[in-house]
Design a protein around this ligand. Structure first.
Ligand SMILES: C[S@@+](CC[C@H](N)C(=O)[O-])C[C@H]1O[C@@H](n2cnc3c(N)ncnc32)[C@H](O)[C@@H]1O
Length: 265
């Protein structure tokens, strides 16, 4: 995503931008292009957004929350549709600082970024028309608690977009790793598609629709110069790519749309 105006920089300005980008490593979400300087992040967030935007409908004039907004990649995408108000929340300071840097290139109207966690939206009942909860649920020990909190924060008729890591198995259950999953810490409940849909249903949501699913591919998450950490393939069993190095099912991604009904059936 290109941020900034189409200007020709002198060599001193180019050097300043390159250094600023380097100081903000690791870049997890992107890609960005800052006045001609490429920011190749670990995640190709543009691929996720292409899938999601097709099912969102118009976001114009809506009040929108992006949970775990990281450096604001999706805030920039959503802002293109001119929402009434856009709030990004994320409690991790280095990501907020990346966002502040990006804002020097391109401001976001009607947008706030609060350094707070999903648990804090309990103080915002019936506030949002649309909530994005992408890449969050499996990182939290209480995914159903989160979904219930999100449900309360939506206006009746409001829409939730969930994107989650999962496993591709029949049945309604979650993998609960002994410790790490694909070498990564911080994974708690990794659901099957059915379990994810059930979590939503039992949290009060209706009109639940899994609109996209995919095996997580290395082209979507990979090591780059600006995010020099292990990518997906480092966490898979080299002899059997259907398994992680810990011997669990390899990761899949599920994309689900759900609604807080106007009147509960
Ligand atoms: C896997 S990333 C997903 C980022 C982005 N939503 C996406 O889909 O690409 C998880 C994000 O959640 C943030 N996070 C961590 N704890 C959180 C919390 N308690 N509430 C909300 N976000 C949190 C992290 O800082 C990180 O930016």
């Amino acid at each position: 995503m290109f941020l900034g105006q189409d200007v020709v920089l002198d060599s001193r300005e180019e050097k300043t931008i390159k250094e600023a980008i380097q100081q903000m490593v690791p870049w997890r979400k992107g890609p960005f292009n800052l006045l001609g300087e490429a920011v190749d992040a670990e995640w190709r967030s543009d691929l996720k957004w292409e899938r999601v935007k097709k099912v969102c409908g118009s976001l114009q004039g809506k009040v929108i929350l992006d949970i775990g907004c990281n450096n604001g990649y999706y805030l920039y995408q959503i802002a293109k549709q001119n929402p009434k108000y856009l709030l990004g929340i994320d409690p991790v300071v280095p990501y907020y600082l990346q966002y502040e840097m990006l804002r020097q290139f391109c401001a976001l109207p009607n947008t706030d970024y609060f350094l707070m966690g999903v648990q804090d939206i309990v103080h915002m009942p019936k506030t949002f028309d649309v909530v994005f909860c992408m890449g969050i649920l499996y990182h939290h020990p209480d995914p159903v608690g989160i979904l219930r909190t999100i449900f309360q924060s939506l206006r009746p008729g409001g829409m939730l977009i969930v994107e989650s890591l999962g496993i591709n198995k029949p049945g309604s259950y979650c993998l609960f790793p002994q410790n790490r999953y694909t070498k990564m810490p911080g994974h708690w409940f990794v659901p099957t598609k059915e379990a994810l849909e059930n979590m939503l249903r039992r949290s009060g949501f209706q009109y639940i629709d899994t609109f996209f699913e995919t095996k997580l591919l290395n082209e979507e998450q990979r090591k780059t110069d600006l995010c020099p950490v292990d990518g997906l393939t480092d966490g898979l069993d080299p002899c059997d790519q259907k398994l992680t190095v810990e011997g669990y099912e390899a990761p899949w991604r599920y994309y689900v749309k759900a609604r807080r009904a106007r009147i509960r059936r």
